[in-house]
Design a protein around this ligand. Sequence first.
Ligand SMILES: *Cc1c(COP(=O)(O)O)cnc(C)c1O
Length: 340
Amino acid sequence: MKLIDFRSDTVTRPDKKMLKAMLQARVGDDVYGDDPTVNELQQKAAEITGKEDSLFVPSGTQSNLIALMTHCQRGEEYIVGQQAHTYQFEAGGAAVLGSIQPQPIDFEADGSLSLVKIKNVIKPDDPHFARTKLICLENTHNGKVVPQEKIIEIAKLANTKNLNMHLDGARIANAAVSSGKNIDELCEPFESVSMCLSKGLGAPVGSVLCAPKDFIIEAKRWRKMLGGGMRQAGYLAAAGIYALKNNIKRLEQDHENAKLLCAELLKIDEKIVPAKKSFTNMIFVKFPQKTVKILEERLSKNNILFSIKKTGESRLVLHKDVSEKDVKKFVEEVKNTLKI
Ligand SMILES: *Cc1c(COP(=O)(O)O)cnc(C)c1O
């Protein structure tokens, strides 16, 4: 029985064509800058994001940390959303390893940060305060495509206050496909952008940090220090190149499947999807609390994996290894279980 995994788009596995590209990769020692495939990936990622250069790194977490450490010195701070990955889900790395202070503020409903809230936390030049250095945004945030006009407003503010902008664009390709805009346009307001290759794009490992050339030179030093300098990484970079060439446009399918899943769940019971809609490749559902155990049991018996809290809240994520047929199977199982 096929495993159907709704927990995250990180669970995607390389398909045969991607594996073939990996096997055929020409490699060298990338710490010496000798790996032609890594160099090709870095060039391609820079092009796609509209930046001068980029750096291939093992994970999105390391990519964001390197960016923060390149933007901010010890005792400086970055403004960031309260539930942002770079604040809540990276083990406090910026504080622990960078001595960088986060200044979290609540997200707006659309996934942006409010100009007023940002202004209120930018510190004056006073020895009591950490120096504000950076604004860090996320796109998509919880699957939401952040309105570009809001991002541009924030960038204007950053410019007048002499702050830099970093984008945690782990799923920026989803945002681009969903909004019909190009990735480079979405990245334009930012000095640096981190993009995951290992989520919806389907590569097994890796992220790219994209930024100006001098920024990447500094970033390379931090990558080495953080243990992210890899040797014959071209085998992995080949998967990234394949992903960028072949797996961006197909994200549309995941968004369509998310819409289908949402519509079908709403048919079962309107209350299951409080927001009544999906967000790019995600859907946030709330199953009746008393059905949590039985849902978990029934679905795992059918080889369906999904994460659900005790409250019944669950995030379902669509990706290339979940087909329309899989969505229908999931809906059938949910329907049958909730009927009991
Ligand atoms: C997944 C993700 C990252 C990076 O995660 P890694 O597992 O370290 O690759 C960063 N930001 C967001 C928003 C993410 O979803």
